[in-house]
Write a protein that binds this ligand. Structure first.
Ligand code: FPP
Length: 238
């Protein structure tokens, strides 16, 4: 194990926060209890990440597929997000944190949309940790929305389609001004990307752990970073 201070800290970490439901089940509690604990874990881990030197953290809070969960669970998740966004106005200042949301927010309740606009505007001045929360987010959906935005720009005569390359297309994504993640962490034991950041993770290193998200802590985060440090990044070169 490397000395912690010698670790190369990834500038951008993405996290699939999985395992809340099973964590709650183990305790004979409803799934919502697990999501609530997961929200608290996110608060702690974002602070730990910031203290370790991470500049960008992107977390998957609600996917485009999550609408198909039982209505009660969807409501619980939406209420947690509502509270989290409200608290973020205070926390952003305390932790020098810029909060942004990626995903199609047009399907969310209007008060949540308003709260998102407020926190994004209010926290834009902070330059410590950049926290991206993915809500009603799907990688494929983001790509379709980007293609539509580009088509609109073309129709308005604002873009030369022949000159569009990867960098120009990237400019239409929700993450247009956010660097690509160097490391993806998925908790909860499943080995898949579940439609998260499909374009952005072309060269990302993946770290999977069986730990359920509510049990994830600073020590687990350091383990993931140590794993990342053990990998030689070649970007397709020999
Ligand atoms: C996956 O666990 C987790 C989610 C679908 C939601 C993630 C939400 C949070 C961590 C809390 C709320 C977030 C914020 C920003 C306040 P699962 O339900 O799929 O767990 P399981 O695989 O054990 O069933």
């Amino acid at each position: 194990m490397a000395n912690e201070k010698d670790l190369i800290i990834p500038g951008h970490i993405a996290i699939i926060m999985d395992g809340n439901g099973r964590w709650a089940k183990k305790r004979l509690m409803p799934r919502g209890y697990g999501h609530q604990a997961g929200g608290k874990t996110l608060e702690k881990v974002s602070e730990d990440a910031y203290r370790l030197g991470v500049k960008y953290l992107t977390v998957y809070a609600f996917s485009t597929e999550n609408w198909s969960r039982p209505q009660q669970e969807v409501d619980t998740l939406m209420n947690l997000l509502r509270d989290y966004l409200k608290d973020s106005v205070k926390n952003a200042k305390k932790n020098n944190m810029r909060v942004r949301v990626i995903g199609d927010i047009s399907r969310l309740d209007t008060d949540i949309q308003d709260q998102i606009r407020l926190i994004e505007k209010d926290s834009a001045q902070y330059d410590g940790l950049n926290l991206q929360i993915a809500i009603n987010y799907g990688g494929r959906d983001e790509l379709v929305r980007a293609a539509k935005k580009m088509a609109k720009a073309y129709m308005a005569g604002e873009t030369d389609i022949g000159a569009v390359g990867e960098a120009e297309f990237n400019g239409y994504l929700d993450t247009c001004d956010i660097p690509e993640p160097e490391l993806l962490i998925r908790t909860g034991g499943e080995i898949r990307v579940s439609n998260f950041l499909l374009w952005q993770m072309a060269y990302t290193e993946f770290y999977f752990t069986d730990v359920f998200w509510p049990d994830f802590d600073r020590a687990e985060l350091v383990k993931a970073i140590e794993y990342y440090n053990g990998i030689e990044r070649r970007f397709g070169n020999a």
